[in-house]
Design a protein around this ligand. Sequence first.
Ligand SMILES: Cc1cc2nc3c(=O)[nH]c(=O)nc-3n(C[C@H](O)[C@H](O)[C@H](O)COP(=O)(O)O)c2cc1C
Length: 708
Amino acid sequence: MPHPDYPHLFSPITIGTFVVPNRVCHVPTDISSANTDGSVNQRVITYHEQIAKGGCGFIIVGASTPDRSAGRPTVTCLVLDEDPMIPGLAELAEAMHRHGARCAVQIQAPGRQAAWPRKGLTSATDQVVELPGSAGHEVVYAEEIAKGKSIRAMTVDEIYELVEKFAEAAWRVQQAGFDAVELHGAHGYLIAQFLSPYVNRRNDRFGGTFLNRVRFPLEIMDRIWRKCGRDFPVGVRYSGEEWVPGGRTIDESVKVAQLLEQQGAAFVDISAGIFEAPGAVMDPMYYPQGWNTYAADEVKKAVSIPVITSHTLRDPAYCERILAKGRADLVGLSRQMIADPYWANKAYARRPEEIRKCISCLVGCWQESLMIKRHMRCTVNPAVGDERFIHLAPATNKLRVAVVGGGPGGMEAARIATLRGHRVTLFEKTGELGGAVLCCCAVPGKQKMRWYADWQRRQLAKLGIEIRYRCQPAAEDLRAYDAVILATGGAVHKPDVPGIDLPFVLTFEDVLRCRLTKCEFHPGDRPAPAQCGDRVLVWGDHFAAADAAEKLGADGKQVFIVTENAAFAAWMEPCHRDVMNKRFAGGHGEGLRGKTITPPVTVITATTVTGISPGGVVTLLDSRFHKSSLQVEHVVLAAVEPAAGPYDELLAAGTRVVRIGDHRRVRNLRAAVTEGADAGLTLDEGWTLNANLALISRHPTEIGLAQS
Ligand SMILES: Cc1cc2nc3c(=O)[nH]c(=O)nc-3n(C[C@H](O)[C@H](O)[C@H](O)COP(=O)(O)O)c2cc1C
């Protein structure tokens, strides 16, 4: 019987020799969580098993290398280059099959984009490039000359050796019981380097003409079938458009699909970009849902094998429409499965509002994990890489807990603590939960942040948590609680310079306020956002500064950002930074359309403000002690420091209290949510503060640190 809401999403499809129970596909995601030798471990199994349990029909395991000596895309990706890997891979396949999913492994040689080894890389060509968005860039690409980076074009013999290794790797995957393999020909990794008219500068039989550039994956496919049998399904992932001048465009990508089908490929998986255009590969928050589906749409018109589409697909209803219109055969979700592995089940159960949507921040899963050689985590889903959050153990000692601050950290602490059985009261000084997340919602293209706030609000309401709005409790109001979690977030930093209190000196909060002065949370008491004149100086180097500049720039203001640092937003996730800088320059990120920022934003680096005159003249001093001045109509303060809170008083009074998120140290959403989750989890029997004033429980010594 067709599903009443999503009849296409929950209909089966045949891929090669097997049937996939529904159209939901986990597109390959290298979670970089394998053992050092690249073998499967429990982290890898748990991650994929949760997604299978969550009802996903087809799971493609992320980039796995056929030859560790030729390189790994991340330092702990899966490795397929020897037979002892087979038992672990078999356990992985079983863990997915057990829950009805079909599964494949993506085979990838990284070529120029190897995170490891760091030297002596081989590629289609010897072109050295800087790719700040790619994993491992900080070692391989930053100051690559000083670090002796070298890339060498592969010889024809080496190419055929690697072809053989791809086939061997596919054979191991098949032996382990997987249903298929996928070749990774996207995102500028080795196969993409050969396919690309932009990267491939060879003039032998593997470069130059279209057929020569496609030869490498075709040789691999052929070799795989000789080893694994002609009916073993092989799919190919590649980018519909590379989004660089001289790169492959959709017309040629359609030809690639036709050729692959003709040669016997079981499916094509249409991705986007190469790392010269990082926003297309790892689309930031600005990108609208389904922006890349046009590419699958074009390919689908030209082939009859299944076509997978991906990139910023979040809503089941949206995905259903893609399938209903015949634009693709399967919808591919990567980060959405990280944020909520139970996406398919929630849609199937007709509870889409329960889905914890990925906000595309790329902080947990990329910037603070794969890019810096860590196992993958997630900003909004603390259970990724931490099994303690999958099956929350009920607290043995139920406590009365006060959480002060209803931002993301406070909400997560309240949620986890309540799920474990504690009695939680959440205090919020405004009339609305969300904290700093709400500031982002005022920024064009960042409304996805709202999804997280809405999801948390719904969860807290469902759990029946007591929420006291418009309430800032003092230390004595909190004494009755067994534990206090302070999550009061950050506040604007007001530097001590002449003119700082002038009326046209605003804060980022004044500017980033919601346009709605009346809503269910604010029946009329919220001031409207401040209106700025045409020339505005934004002073700071934090999300607050980037967001204020984006918002004001989009409103048509002439914005000047002043930062003491050598570059603005060096802390920002690089794909976001790339797109933001393109927008600040008056352009767009790849694939984005619509309103641009005009006039462009001017960034003044290595400079500080030394004074503001009543007439609006701001004096600036740069790191070489050169003075200059700017005439503006408004100054927006956008540096952030921890907000005030009764921490010291509570400690002095003997109350057990911890600080989390920006209230502890100004960072980002991931830090707030992770610390909120940790605090909610740690409160338990024998809980106390250790000598670092961190919350611990079940203290394993006999010294009886403190009483609980
Ligand atoms: C942490 C991470 C790892 C990824 N690993 C792979 C990979 O191994 N192979 C691949 O083809 N794409 C990889 N991607 C790209 C995703 O498959 C996907 O195309 C991209 O994230 C956009 O889709 P999404 O909005 O559903 O995340 C990765 C993305 C992320 C965030």
